[in-house]
Design a protein around this ligand. Sequence first.
Ligand SMILES: Nc1ncnc2c1ncn2[C@@H]1O[C@H](COP(=O)(O)OP(=O)(O)OP(=O)(O)O)[C@@H](O)[C@H]1O
Ligand SMILES: [Mg+2]
Length: 284
Amino acid sequence: MTQKATVQDAASENNTGSPPRPELGPVELELAGVSKVYQARLGLVEALSDVNLSIRRGEFISLVGRSGCGKTTLLRILSGLLPPSAGSVRANGQSIWKGASRDDEALKQVGLVFQEANLFPWFTIVENISLPLKLRGVDRKARVARAEELCELVGLRGFEGAYPRELSGGMRQRAAIARALSARPSILLMDEPFGALDALTRDKMNLELQSIHAATGATVVFVTHSISEAVFLADRVVLLTPRPGRIRSVTSVPLVRPRSVETETGVEFGRIVRGLRVELDEES
Ligand SMILES: Nc1ncnc2c1ncn2[C@@H]1O[C@H](COP(=O)(O)OP(=O)(O)OP(=O)(O)O)[C@@H](O)[C@H]1O
Ligand SMILES: [Mg+2]
């Protein structure tokens, strides 16, 4: 069963549809009336308008939409890198933004992964992964232990002492995911993390991300241009429309977990992907 919601429906906690997985927790991230206007050189750009969405603890949200529809803007607002022009963003009930200044305490729960791994070339994989812990004043022994545990989780065992240049693109991206998880964030924000990877590595990373999500119980907001990747991973797929970016639809993905390569050949999977493609086509 696919549930669609309008912008206003999505604004209401009660109307985001019954969660597809009963084990999902209470609302962890809440966007209410979020808008963003950039002051660009050539004038004002309305990047987001009246975005309303409630995301539950442990939920996996995929964010899709055409290039320039405001996905990165939304993620940057959620991550505390960018203040919204209007509206509120709450993490576990705490407002991330108080006017233009952010609440760093609320943001301690957030981990970030971008398209580029952005590892420090002069640090080993363990040193890169444990950097957020170093910045938090965690002692070396505990940092290394956590980083080694994460290497195991993301499939980098045996590469703890390697430098980023000695790893493939997919391995570097896994290290970036491990780094984002190091301080045990309850929220993981990912902006096209697998965009630069080849199709086979990407499929493998999707399976790994699914296991990591299951193992950590993190709430994930995942931006992608791939509809099938979005559906494969998500509990709900949020489709944004451009200029200004608004939520066009919220689609539940009630496929059983864990999902496998076979999931993608299923009738229900195909139906959901086709539905989203039709919606995206209507945008152009
Ligand atoms: N710093 C900025 N200054 C001015 N305009 C910006 C800035 N960043 C983004 N924009 C504009 O805001 C809109 C949304 O951009 P954003 O990067 O959020 O889109 P996106 O959905 O992530 O696109 P893509 O899929 O290509 O990554 C675009 O029209 C873009 O030109
Ligand atoms: Mg982007």
